[in-house]
Design a binder for this molecule. Structure first.
Ligand SMILES: Nc1ncnc2c1ncn2[C@@H]1O[C@H](COP(=O)(O)OP(=O)(O)OP(=O)(O)O)[C@@H](O)[C@H]1O
Length: 383
């Protein structure tokens, strides 16, 4: 049975705001109602100070939607336009769980605005100023390389306009509901994976409005049973606009990896990416140059198609670490496009070794030791 937005809006008329007695539908606080198959998602705009008071309204809205015939799963979130303080009831972890930054590395702590995620030691963003530079390919292979180096790793597809992780990991199917609203991530090559692509049918047009974007991403960060992770890699949406800035602020990021191709235009955008994270006080873990050069498979000749080396110079200019160069390679592309990421399926290839080296540097920055066998601290318990 097809669920319509009108039916959902009617159900929400029955939910009243505690202060005014006004119905949620009439309150002007509702985002667009997104219906995808039997799933319904909606966000309620709140002031950060109302979080605790509005939680019962959120719960009531969710059960009202759950009662609409044909609804299999209802996801209702509270969103604040401006980033709120740590969520009600959450406590900050002890200092030992904060990322340490190696000497000579950026030394800013993560933005204090976003609450940490229970069980997850470090959240890092993989970002690019410009689309199509290989950000998702890098995020996927970096996550696999961190896992190959011994870390427990998850990856979240925050590129909700063009989710690519299902394809890159060759994963299909729906995440299992573990309890209440909490979903189990899927698993690919030993890495836990969550993507909006698992929740929304591929042919569903992705019409997201501001608050919906944040609520979908917040849910994927916080209402997924990630378990104990050393690193959660977030594949950010490309670009450096307001949406990306808000996301960087709302996510408890320990650092960011910027991906760029060597062309001047991409580098200008990469510079914007660095500036964006600096603005939000997120340390830059470094820049990766993707599609750096091309080795012709027949002759072995090397071609610097896009003028290789630009990202290394740019990193030096910006005073951030340069993490490595990944060549343009047909096998890498073919494997990515068929769900067989190179680090997992050809671990001794030169590309995989580059990703392993990038992962080693990233972990060294996060842990402050470079010791890949470092033991995680005891689990952080958040009520
Ligand atoms: N080093 C490489 N060699 C060959 N092909 C590559 C390389 N890196 C990425 N690609 C290919 O380039 C295309 C774009 O890569 P990807 O989706 O990772 O980019 P993106 O920056 O995440 O893009 P978007 O902005 O669309 O999310 C993909 O088909 C991918 O397989």
């Amino acid at each position: 049975m097809m669920v319509t937005r009108e039916e959902v809006a009617r159900a929400l008329e029955q939910v009243k705001l505690p202060a005014s007695g006004q119905s949620l539908t009439a309150s002007g606080r509702l985002s667009d109602i997104l219906v995808s198959g039997d799933k319904v998602m909606v966000a309620i705009a709140i002031d950060p100070t109302e979080a605790a008071a509005m939680e019962p309204v959120r719960a009531a809205a969710q059960s009202a939607i759950g009662g609409v015939p044909g609804v299999g799963q209802a996801l209702v979130s509270l969103t604040a336009d401006r980033p709120a303080g740590p969520v009600a009831g959450a406590t900050r972890p002890p200092p030992s769980t904060q990322p340490h930054v190696a000497p000579g590395r950026p030394s800013q702590p993560p933005s204090p605005k976003a609450a940490t995620i229970p069980g997850v030691r470090h959240v890092i963003a993989v970002a690019s100023g410009k689309g199509g530079v290989g950000k998702s390919t890098t995020a996927c292979n970096l996550a696999l390389a961190l896992a190959a180096n011994g870390q427990r790793v998850g990856i979240l597809d925050a590129d909700i306009y063009g989710p690519s992780l299902p394809k890159l990991f060759g994963l299909h199917g729906k995440p299992r509901v573990v309890s209440g609203r909490t979903l189990a991530p899927l698993e690919g090559f030993g890495v836990k994976v969550m993507s909006i692509g698992f929740l929304v049918e591929e042919e569903t047009p992705m019409i997201w409005r501001g608050p919906m974007v944040m609520s979908a991403i917040t849910q994927m960060l916080r209402e997924v049973a990630w378990g104990e992770l050393d690193v959660l890699v977030v594949d950010m949406p490309p670009g450096t606009g307001d949406a990306q800035l808000t996301m960087a602020q709302a996510t408890p990021l320990a650092g960011a990896v910027i991906v760029s191709t060597p062309q001047d235009l991409a580098l200008i955008d990469a510079r914007r990416g660095v500036a964006m994270f600096r603005k939000t006080e997120v340390p830059i873990l470094g820049i990766v140059e993707n599609m750096s050069y091309f080795i012709a498979p027949d002759t072995g000749n090397r071609y610097d198609i896009f003028g290789h080396g630009g990202a290394r110079k740019e990193a030096a200019r910006l005073g951030v670490p340069f993490l490595g160069e990944v060549p343009l390679d047909m096998a890498l592309r073919e494997r990515s496009d068929t769900g067989r990421p190179i680090v997992a399926t050809d671990p001794s290839s030169p590309h995989s070794l580059v990703y392993r080296d990038v992962a080693r540097q990233v972990w060294a920055s996060l842990s402050g030791t470079g010791d890949v066998t470092i033991k995680p601290p005891p689990a952080i318990v958040i009520e």
